[in-house]
Ligand binder design. Structure first.
Ligand SMILES: Cc1cc2nc3c(=O)[nH]c(=O)nc-3n(C[C@H](O)[C@H](O)[C@H](O)COP(=O)(O)OP(=O)(O)OC[C@H]3O[C@@H](n4cnc5c(N)ncnc54)[C@H](O)[C@@H]3O)c2cc1C
Length: 459
């Protein structure tokens, strides 16, 4: 981390002068408070990342709304050799948009036009700054919907989701963003003295998917959508954990159409806020949260009751983009962590793909860590098969205890996706992706984009 130092102020001044003189209405932001805000994300979920990223801040920021502005900023950064960090809504959890080496932060949230929706195929092309809820609302007008969305659906941007996220609501049906078939193409601006504007097909786009904005500025995305469904939100209570776990394993293997399934262990359910009209969880009540299609409702309550689950509340998912109050999706994925940490800031979390069967691992961890690890599970489709992932809440007891817990889970067959690291590779399977590195060499030859976040880049 000591290798990353802010840029010589002279170079920043020259860059600011050039941007300020541009006829494209580029306004360099230099106010420290605003720079601090535009350099921050949600990495404070991690007590490991927090000290590591403390004080890392952009030296200048620019907000853009048009493609030609992006190209002008890219060219200026390349000519002045100033690092560039891209930013959507800044909701990433791993410090993805915290600039390690100062430089310029480019806020793309204003580049947010929906360019087209193909009425036959449903293929959509949109600019990266669209918030997912807004985009979904536009798609609904065509009877279409996003396949995948993070629980930050209301605030996160499309570009930030593909560059920094992985999945979420919809992962039960559609797997993860990097699965072939979601991202069909990209428009990209290169970071060169004379920036190029490229249109990449699906294969050429793949290395930019989940690359933390290290290998090209995404200025438009083409993606597959799905049919719109009027998802119903269901909250189901279970008194026995084993029964709740069994229902969570079994439900995704039925023909009941679901878009999300989240299981919260009783102490976690006890501390969640609930949508208006939904009763708080009773003592010792584990809760299953579902997004289910309307045609499941005849069968589902009886199916759940036969397995010990009682329907506590049901309501339509708020219309895309018009959510008032608390949508159930905002109790799932990393929103569970958010709500828990609001009351227990000394806790953190992990991300694990659980082995099948899951119960032996869950039990072994409980035996060793007691109530210092609490279970939050999410159902997903992983490599085509239904699986359960976990985002356990973990009382922070120092880095060694966290490493011991990760090692135990790995030994018991889980695949950890470590949220306490800053590089693309370490947050995934730990392996360098040669295609991501090659894309960086081609589109960011001077290595100025989000320095320090792509471990495979040695240049
Ligand atoms: C409460 C909470 C819940 C969350 N739930 C989920 C979840 O369910 N699923 C999930 O996957 N994530 C989740 N996240 C993480 C995060 O919200 C998502 O990854 C989100 O999609 C990021 O979008 P953003 O617009 O905030 O991106 P940002 O945080 O602004 O950026 C993310 C990364 O993308 C890069 N980037 C942004 N725009 C571009 C561009 N145009 N071109 C190239 N690179 C770009 C940035 O440099 C950065 O590295 C959650 C986070 C929080 C705090």
């Amino acid at each position: 981390m000591d290798d990353f130092r802010p840029v010589d102020p002279e170079r920043i001044r020259a860059l600011v002068d050039e941007l300020g003189a541009s006829p494209l209405a580029l306004t360099p932001i230099l106010a420290p408070a605003e720079l601090g805000r535009l350099s921050a994300d949600f990495h404070d979920y991690s007590p490991v990342l927090e000290p590591l990223l403390k004080g890392r801040c952009a030296q200048v920021a620019v907000k853009v709304e048009r493609l030609e502005q992006v190209m002008a900023v890219a060219g200026a950064c390349a000519r002045h050799r100033v690092p560039l960090t891209l930013r959507g809504a800044g909701t990433g959890n791993y410090g993805q948009c915290v600039p390690l080496a100062g430089g310029l932060v480019l806020d793309l949230s204003g580049l947010n036009r929906l360019r087209s929706v193909d009425p036959v195929s449903g293929i959509v092309e949109a600019e990266p700054g669209c918030t997912l809820a807004h985009l979904d609302g536009q798609l609904a007008l065509h009877g279409r919907a996003l396949r995948l969305a993070p629980s930050t659906y209301r605030s996160a941007t499309l570009g930030g989701f593909f560059a920094g996220g992985s999945g979420g609501l919809g992962s039960l049906r559609w797997g993860f963003l990097r699965d072939p078939g979601h991202l069909l193409g990209l428009e990209v601006v290169t970071l060169e003295a004379e920036p190029r504007l490229l249109r990449l097909d699906a294969a050429a786009s793949a290395p930019l998917n989940h690359a933390y904005g290290t290998n090209g500025i995404i200025t438009a995305l083409r993606l597959a959508s799905t049919e719109a469904v009027a998802w119903q939100q269901l909250v189901v209570g279970f008194s026995r954990w084993e029964a709740a776990l069994e229902a969570s394993r079994e439900l995704p293997t039925t023909a009941l159409l679901l878009n999300a399934l989240c299981l919260l262990e009783a102490p976690v359910a006890d501390r969640m806020p609930w949508p208006v009209g939904c009763p708080a969880a009773g003592p010792g009540e584990h809760r299953l949260l579902l997004h289910a299609a309307p045609d499941t409702l005849e069968l589902l309550p009886g199916w759940l009751a036969a397995r010990g689950g009682q329907l506590r509340w049901q309501g339509p998912r708020p219309e895309a983009g018009r959510a008032r109050g608390l949508p159930l999706g905002e109790l799932t994925w990393n929103h569970t962590t958010l709500h828990w940490r609001a009351q227990a800031p000394d806790w953190t979390y992990l991300q694990l793909l659980l082995p099948r069967p899951e119960a032996p691992l869950l039990e072994a961890v409980r035996q060793r860590w007691g109530s210092d690890v609490l279970w939050h599970l999410e159902a997903v489709r992983y490599q085509g098969a239904p699986r359960l992932t976990a985002l356990p809440l973990v009382r922070w007891q120092g880095p060694q205890a966290l490493a011991d817990l990760v090692a135990q889970c790995r030994e018991l067959g889980a695949v950890p996706f470590n949220p306490h690291v800053i590089t693309v590779e370490d947050g995934g399977l730990g392996v360098v992706d040669a295609d991501q590195v090659a894309a960086k060499a081609a589109y960011d030859p001077a290595g100025l984009m989000n320095p320090g976040k792509l471990r495979g880049w040695a240049g």
